[in-house]
Design a binder for this molecule. Structure first.
Ligand code: 13P
Ligand code: SF4
Length: 354
């Protein structure tokens, strides 16, 4: 739906007043009404890399979710202030691993006598606390665009990986990209004693997957893939690696949001695509590529927006920009110094991956 012209004008005016003092970052899952004001758009990796691209900007307005804003705070200088236009924009997956649960898990691995062989690899979609745990224990962060490189690196450092918190990205990368088998992976359930695993199971595993998932991508099913192939003969199925293993195994292509955009840019006219990722992005791509004769549909019509990404809307963005333009620092995301130091270690290991 078209954005309210009054709000568009107010956002434009506030941004103009702020000039180079503000840098607006937008994740690909953001609404069109918000994306139009982003100075940079990207997947989680690109946004982490670009957060520090404007050292002269006093304010970094992050249009995305909480863990992304935390990462931007960690990766930028102390006098740059990161603002999340709606503090309720969290991520249900990131919430599935708390610092207490992960500390308990490490105790379980220690009890089983394997902690010394385990390298933690944490998905970007995790709290700063989990990133700090990862840095402290010699591990790295990864995103959906570099998970294989992160795992290659981790298996050079140790024999086993504790992958947090997205079991699907961990399993898909291990099995699809690294030739491991499903039997090499076990799932640690933080709600069960000892993660629901015996010490022998932990010792035999190569990948210890945290039992977390994305509530949006988790809804695509093998039926979604089979149905769309029946409905649209010749369709290319392209999904995000946060989807379940059976969905990824049945898809033609798998990749991050940035990968999805690039794949569609390179696709020939007349090609047909079913995309398994968040709806704001799929709609934007369908509209963008329709004039070039590329048919793009949503993989499963029953799956919807990421509700927390969608909390950042034009009214919240206008409020944040106008507040900053009036000198009121609102909704600052600030990671405490000790957490920041260890989390930064883990993030910098990711940024240094070959
Ligand atoms: P990417 O943009 O890195 O593919 O991540 C998707 C996602 O779920 C972010 O929350
Ligand atoms: Fe979190 Fe999934 Fe939303 Fe990404 S799409 S922010 S992983 S809930």
């Amino acid at each position: 739906s078209p954005s309210d012209p009054d709000l568009v004008e107010r956002a434009r005016a506030a941004k103009e007043k702020l000039g180079s003092k503000v840098f607006v970052l937008g994740h690909h899952y953001q609404r069109d009404e918000v994306i139009q004001f982003a100075d940079v758009t990207g997947d989680s990796f690109k946004l982490a890399r670009d957060a520090a691209a404007r050292p002269e900007a006093e304010y970094i307005v992050f249009c995305g979710v909480h863990f992304m804003a935390e990462s931007a705070d960690i990766l930028t200088s102390d006098d740059q202030k990161v603002v999340l236009p709606d503090l309720a924009a969290g991520c249900s997956m990131a919430d599935m691993a708390t610092a207490e649960q992960v500390a308990e898990c490490w105790d379980v691995l220690t009890e089983a006598g394997i902690a010394g062989q385990v390298v933690p690899v944490s998905y970007m979609n995790s709290s700063a606390d989990i990133k700090a745990f990862t840095g402290k224990h010699g591990g790295t962060i990864c995103t959906s665009s570099n998970a294989k490189r992160a795992l290659d690196w981790a298996f050079e450092q140790g024999e086993k990986v504790l992958f947090l918190p997205d079991q699907h990205l961990g399993r898909n990368t291990a099995v699809r990209d690294m030739g491991m088998s499903l039997e090499d992976c076990v799932v640690y359930n933080p709600h069960k004693p000892n993660g629901g695993l015996t010490a022998d199971e932990l010792r035999a595993a190569k990948m210890i997957l945290w039992r977390g998932h994305c509530s949006v991508h988790g809804r695509f099913s093998l039926d979604s893939v089979n149905d769309v192939r029946e409905r649209i003969p010749g369709v290319n199925v392209l999904v995000h690696p946060e989807c379940k293993h059976e969905v990824v195994a049945a898809a033609d292509y798998v990749g991050s949001t940035e990968y999805i955009i690039k794949a569609l840019e390179a696709a020939p006219a007349g090609s047909k695509w079913a995309i398994g990722t968040e709806l704001n992005l799929v709609r934007r791509l369908a509209n963008r590529f329709a004039p070039e004769g590329k048919e793009i549909v949503f993989l499963d019509k029953t799956v919807c927006f990421c509700s927390t990404m969608n909390r950042i809307d034009l009214p919240h963005l206008v409020w944040a920009l106008e507040s900053l333009a009036e000198g009121n620092l609102v909704n600052r995301i600030e990671v405490d110094k000790e957490t920041e130091a260890f989390a930064k270690l883990a993030l910098e290991r990711m940024l240094a991956l070959p």
